[in-house]
Design a protein around this ligand. Structure first.
Ligand code: SF4
Length: 352
């Protein structure tokens, strides 16, 4: 059956069905009221139709708004998972619900697809903390040391490095680099660098050279409040993201990336859980594990939350020049190598 033109608004019964679908997907459980469900449904109905007509795929990072994750996203995950899924997606275009470095990574991996970033100004304090010139200077200062950069970096920075890592595979990849080198450079997240040095038993500044970038969300959680929450919620299991400060990660039950945190919750039985990271993960966890109790403790990332359903719709209906992601071919070719190296090193189970 041919689809109706997507610009046509849903009939009242179509709207009712779409609002009920969103409620069932988990938005009702997160406290969305009827009028909020209806407002979201008007947009998701149109986005989902346009998406099909245009053979577009919508990947969304777990820190996105619930109505995006549950209403229109085709692929949901952390940076590593999304990078892989985008490369394999059978689509003409990618509407990336996330921040700029993620959309750039998708473009590098899928040069033939059109990549659109609904919120073109969505940056990241980590990726903005370091430039390609900074990486070149680090390499000059520490000749022979391989450079591993966090995926939260620009394409130009990735182009200067040896391997890209994510919070899900950084310990594994750095272990492999240290097996062949006495010194490794890791940039730009200083907190993650410090956590990695501790986990790998390496001396900061001597064996592991780090950069002083920080995430504006994870750097601001207070380690001293952990004791208070343990008293307030006896038995609570506290999980923190790798980007949190070492003072905090040393007093929690588990540290890892967002995918690992979700897996840990799935694998453990506890009276309650606290996820110290961006609020999107807690929202997603509440819908994935409705029988588990999650104690609120999170912060919003203004960059991630700048993506809205209205902006996703605008990227599909009439994308602006600013929403189109373009990575110069020479930079993309050089940035592709360290991303592929990440896939090789993180999936090489035989040598893990
Ligand atoms: S949560 Fe932190 S690391 Fe993630 S996009 Fe926001 S500023 Fe960047």
């Amino acid at each position: 059956m041919a689809l109706k033109p997507a610009a046509v608004a849903p009939t009242s019964s179509e709207l009712e069905i779409e609002a009920a679908r969103l409620a069932d997907k988990g938005l009702a459980g997160l406290g969305y009221r009827d009028e909020e469900l209806e407002r979201a449904a008007r947009l998701t109905w149109r986005i989902n139709r346009l998406k099909k007509e245009q053979r577009a795929v919508i990947p969304a990072h777990v820190y996105q708004r619930p109505e995006i994750l549950l209403g229109v996203a085709d692929l949901v995950g952390d940076s590593y998972r999304l990078a892989k899924l985008c490369a394999d997606a059978d689509a003409k275009s990618i509407i990336f619900c996330g921040v700029r470095f993620m959309a750039e990574t998708a473009k590098i991996l899928s040069p033939d697809k059109e990549v659109l970033l609904p919120a073109p100004e969505a940056g990241c304090s980590l990726s903005e903390s370091i430039s390609a010139a900074d990486v070149r200077a680090l390499k000059k200062k520490h000749p022979g040391a391989p450079v591993a950069v966090y995926i939260n970096t620009t394409a130009a920075v990735k182009a200067e490095c040896d391997v890209v890592v994510t919070s899900a595979n950084a310990p594994k990849i750095l272990r492999k680099l240290f097996a062949e080198h006495e010194q490794v450079i890791f940039a730009p997240d200083a907190m993650m660098g410090k956590n990695l040095a501790k986990e790998l038993g390496k001396k900061l500044g001597e064996e592991l050279i780090i950069w002083e970038g920080t995430c504006i969300v994870h750097n601001n959680f207070d380690a001293t409040s952990v004791e208070f929450y343990r008293k307030m919620y006896p038995g609570v299991k506290i999980l923190a993201h790798f980007e949190c400060t070492p003072a905090l990660t040393s007093v929690v039950d588990y540290i890892g990336g967002t995918g690992d945190m979700m897996k840990w919750v799935a694998d453990h039985k506890s009276s309650s859980y606290m996820l110290i990271t961006e609020c999107g993960l807690g929202d997603l966890a509440r819908t994935k594990f409705p029988d588990k109790v999650f104690v609120p403790m999170c912060r919003l990332c203004p960059h991630m939350k700048s993506v809205t359903l209205e902006r996703v719709l605008s990227a599909l209906e009439s994308p602006s020049a600013a929403q189109r992601i373009d990575v110069p071919a020479a930079v993309a070719a050089r940035a592709l190598r360290p991303i592929q190296r990440m896939f090789e090193l993180s999936e090489d189970k035989a040598s893990s």
